[in-house]
Write a protein of this length. Structure first.
Length: 450
C-alpha cells in the first residue's frame, strides 16, 4: 500500500501548507535568536571567567611569598581549572585569543577591586588549541607568573529555562488554531456538496441557508437559484406529461364507446384491442409523471418483505409458471428508508420484465461491497431469457423504447417500465443497471442506499 502523505481534504492541505510555512519562519527566528544569544553568552562567560581568575589572583597576591606554594596547593579549585606558578610567562605553542574577547576579559579584570600596587603588572590571554583551554597569565608584583587555565563551557545556544517548552507550546497552539480555522473555512464547501447530493435525490429538498461570509452567501444564493430552475423545469415537464395523459383519456373513452357500433366483428375486436393498448400507455404515462414529481414521503420499511410481496404478486399474475422460476435469496429482514409505493413499482417492473422476456425472476439481496462510499445495497433480478444486445443496453432506458423482439408480442408493454424503474431508484440515491449473464439471460441490478 502506498503511503499517502498529501492529504485529500482541503482543510488538511491548507493546514499542512501553512504549518510548513510557519515551521520555516520559526526556524529562521530560532537561528537569529541563537546567533544573538551566542554573542551574549560569550560576553557573559568571559566576564565570569575574568572574575573567577581575578579572585584567584587576589588570593595569591595577598598571601605572603613563603606560604604561597602551600596556599596554592590547598586551594579548592573546580575540576577543570589548573593554576601554575612559574618564572616564565605562559605562551609556548599557544595562540592569542581574538581581540574582542581579550578586550572583554581585560575590562572585566580591571573592574575587580584591588589596590593599584597589587594589580598584575602584565597579563596574557591565550588559547591552547590542543587541550581546548583558555590560559590567562598574570605577572605578580614579585615578577613571577600566575597562569590559570580552564575549559570554557560548551555554548548552550537553545538552552534557556522554559524557552523550548514555550516554543513547543506556541507551535502546538498555532497548529490547533490552524486546523480549527481551516476546517471552519472549508465547512461551506462540505455543506454545498451535501446540498448538491440532496438535490440529486430530491428536487424538492430544502434550500441552503444564505448566511455567513459574502462568498459563501453568493455561492449558496447561486445554488438555490439553480435548484429553483431545476425544480421549475421538472415541474413543467411533469405537468406537460400529466396534461397530455389526462386529456387523452376522454377521447379514448369516446372512441371505445363509438367502436362498439362497428358491425364488422373482427375489425371491432382489433379496434378495441388498440384502444386498450392506448389506454395502458396513457395510464403508464400518468404514472411516470407522478413518479417524477416525487410526492410520496420516505418511510422506514422492510425491504425483503417488499421483494417477497412483488414475487408473490407476480406468481399470482402468472399461475401457469412453475414456482421455482420465482425465488428470493437474501436476509429475512432489513429496514431501509424509502418511498414504499414507488420502490415497489420499480422492483415490480424489473421482475415483470424478467418473467416476460426471460421466463424466470431470481431475486437476490446483497450487502454493499466493502469499502464502497456511500454504501449501496444490491438487488439482483436474474432471468434465463435471450438478454439484451450490448448496443441496446442503454437505449432500453429511454421512454417508449422497445426492442424488435418484443414489439410483435401480443402482451407487449409501453416501453416505460425501465425508465420508470431508473427514475425511482435514482430519486432514492441509487440506480439500476443491466448486464448479460455469461451463462445466458439478463441480470438487472438495482442499488439502494442502506
Ligand atoms: N429481462 C429482459 N430480457 C430481455 N429483454 C428485456 C428484458 N427487460 C427489458 N427488455 C427489453 O427492454 C425493453 C424495454 O423494457 P421496458 O420495461 O422499459 O418496457 P416494456 O417491458 O416493453 O413495457 P412496460 O414495462 O412499460 O410494460 C423491452 O421492450 C424489452 O425489449
Ligand atoms: Mg417492462
Amino acid at each position: 500500500m502506498r503511503l499517502r502523505l498529501w492529504p485529500r481534504s482541503l482543510a488538511w492541505r491548507t493546514t499542512l501548507i501553512v504549518l510548513a510555512g510557519l515551521a520555516v519562519v520559526q526556524l529562521a527566528g530560532l537561528t537569529i535568536h541563537a546567533l544573538d544569544r551566542r554573542d551574549l553568552i560569550r560576553i557573559a562567560e568571559a566576564q565570569e571567567a575574568a572574575t573567577r581568575v581575578m579572585g584567584l589572583y587576589r588570593v595569591v597576591v595577598l598571601t605572603p611569598p613563603e606560604d604561597l606554594v602551600a596556599r596554592v596547593r590547598a586551594m579548592n579549585l573546580p575540576p577543570d581549572m589548573t593554576v601554575v606558578l612559574s618564572d616564565e610567562p605562559p605562551g609556548l605553542g599557544l595562540v592569542r585569543v581574538p581581540v574582542e574577547i581579550q578586550r572583554i576579559l581585560r575590562l572585566s579584570m580591571l573592574l575587580v577591586p584591588l589596590p593599584q600596587p597589587l594589580r598584575p603588572r602584565e597579563s596574557r590571554i591565550l588559547w591552547d588549541e590542543q587541550e581546548l583551554r583558555v590560559v590567562i597569565g598574570m605577572r605578580l608584583p614579585d615578577g613571577r607568573w600566575l597562569s590559570v587555565s580552564e575549559h570554557p563551557p560548551p555554548p548552550r545556544l537553545l538552552h534557556a529555562p522554559g524557552f523550548l517548552a514555550a516554543f513547543a507550546l506556541m507551535t502546538a497552539v498555532a497548529a490547533m488554531l490552524l486546523v480549527w480555522a481551516a476546517r471552519r473555512l472549508t465547512a461551506p464547501v462540505r455543506v454545498l456538496a451535501a446540498a448538491a447530493e440532496r438535490l440529486g435525490r430530491d428536487v424538492n429538498a430544502a434550500p441552503l441557508p444564505e448566511t455567513g461570509p459574502s462568498e459563501v452567501v453568493a455561492a449558496a444564493a447561486a445554488f438555490n437559484t439553480m435548484a429553483a430552475r431545476i425544480r421549475r423545469f421538472v415541474a413543467d415537464r411533469t405537468f406537460l406529461i400529466s396534461a397530455i395523459g389526462h386529456d387523452l383519456r376522454t377521447p379514448i373513452t369516446r372512441l371505445k364507446l363509438r367502436a362498439e357500433f362497428i358491425d364488422d366483428d373482427e375489425l371491432r375486436t382489433k379496434f378495441l384491442g388498440d384502444l386498450q393498448q392506448l389506454e395502458t400507455m396513457v395510464a403508464s404515462t400518468l404514472q411516470f409523471g407522478k413518479d417524477i414529481s416525487g410526492s410520496e414521503q420516505p418511510t422506514a420499511m422492510d425491504l425483503p418483505a417488499l421483494l417477497r410481496t412483488v414475487l408473490d404478486e407476480a406468481a399470482d399474475a402468472a399461475p401457469d409458471q412453475p414456482a421455482e422460476r420465482l425465488s428470493y435469496d437474501g436476509p429475512e429482514h432489513l429496514t431501509i428508508q424509502a418511498r414504499p409505493m414507488a420502490l415497489k413499482r420499480a422492483i415490480a417492473n424489473l421482475v415483470g420484465n424478467a418473467l416476460l422476456y426471460g421466463g424466470a425472476a431470481r431475486v437476490r439481496l446483497l450487502p454493499p461491497p466493502s469499502g464502497e462510499r456511500p454504501p449501496l445495497l444490491r438487488i439482483e433480478v436474474a432471468d434465463d431469457g435471450p438478454g439484451i444486445p450490448p448496443d441496446d443496453m442503454q437505449r432500453v432506458f429511454e421512454p417508449f423504447h422497445r426492442l424488435e423482439s418484443s414489439r410483435n408480442r401480443e402482451t407487449g408493454g409501453t416501453g416505460l417500465g425501465l425508465p420508470i424503474a431508473r427514475n425511482i431508484l435514482r430519486a432514492h440515491g441509487g440506480d439500476v443497471t443491466l448486464a448479460n449473464r455469461p451463462e445466458g439471460g439478463l441480470v438487472a441490478t438495482a442499488s439502494l442506499p442502506v
